[in-house]
Design a protein around this ligand. Structure first.
Ligand code: AMP
Length: 280
């Protein structure tokens, strides 16, 4: 496994792989790896000739009041996990080479970036899109793998790729969960054991939404209300948003007459957790 810090060196390796006719899969991560990340890696390893994993905690997607400084970092553990999976190349650039002092350019996906998580994290998606576009330009992947866990991120990135005529296929991989249904997340490590138990309420409320949907409920407000009252029963949980939206446009729905994304962001103590499910 090669570990590359230098952007020019990464570009040169990608050019060489392309000349050799090799397909490149990219799995962008911020480290603090768990089985969710590994499922993306495995998907790439199965379908692509070469797999590049990036490891970069992207400052551009954190607001000043957010957890950039405290975000869990254990690069030795992450590198050992990448190695064990058989990743070909880990790209871990330095912050000041990705965003040098003179840096000025940001990518925005209007409207989509303002909904859901964008309501409380207004610079988040421009940070994500900017770093993802930079990674695509540096690595030139044929396919990039993202998790359904971050459903809005996948929608926003697909929009960016289509709008900017980019030559990369976006593959979205199903959410990997703990035994009680909690979606795996690097931020789960912030939870105390009491909070960890309370966090199961996210999956419970999404399961309720699915159950109601499968039972024929088409009124989105009724589903939102039932999800809300279930979450309110958990004293440690504070609702950021609960949404039933069109899975592509992220417009809130009144009537569920198409594929709908049920999603939510909940604060458990100081930790903000997100999760979602698709109601067919
Ligand atoms: P992160 O390191 O949190 O930026 O996540 C890197 C990638 O892993 C993103 O595409 C996430 O959507 C994906 N991911 C994170 N958690 C999960 C999960 N539980 N299941 C599947 N993919 C995930």
């Amino acid at each position: 496994m090669k570990i590359i810090n230098n952007i020019e060196e990464m570009k040169e390796i990608s050019r060489r792989l392309k000349r050799e006719g090799k397909s490149i899969g990219l799995v962008p991560t911020m480290g603090a790896l768990h089985e969710g990340h590994l499922s993306l890696i495995r998907k790439s390893l199965h379908t692509m000739d070469k797999t590049v994993a990036s490891l970069f905690v992207n400052p551009a997607q954190f607001a000043p009041n957010e957890d950039f400084d405290s975000y869990p970092r254990d690069y030795d553990r992450d590198l050992a996990m990448f190695m064990r999976e058989g990743v070909d190349i880990v790209f871990m650039p330095e912050r000041n080479t990705v965003y040098p002092a003179e840096y000025k350019t940001y990518v925005e996906v209007h409207e989509l970036q303002e909904k859901l998580c964008g309501l409380t994290r207004p610079i988040f998606f421009r940070g994500v899109c900017t770093v993802v576009l930079k990674l695509f330009n540096i690595i030139n992947p044929d396919t990039a793998f993202f998790g359904q866990k971050d459903a809005q991120q996948a929608v926003v990135i697909k929009r960016m790729v289509a709008d900017l005529n980019m030559n990369v296929e976006i593959v979205v991989v199903p959410t990997v969960r703990e035994r009680d249904g909690l979606a795996m997340s690097s931020r789960n490590s912030y939870l105390t054991s009491e909070e960890r138990q309370a966090a199961a309420v996210l999956f419970k409320s999404l399961s309720l939404a699915r159950q109601l949907g499968q039972g024929g409920e088409k009124d989105a407000d009724k589903i939102r209300q039932q999800m809300t009252s279930l979450i309110r029963k958990e004293p440690l949980a504070k609702i950021d948003y609960i949404s039933i939206a069109d899975a592509d446009t992220l417009e809130e729905l009144k009537l569920i007459d198409r594929s709908a994304l049920a999603s939510l962001a909940i604060r458990i103590g100081k930790t903000r957790l997100i999760d979602n499910t698709v109601l067919e």
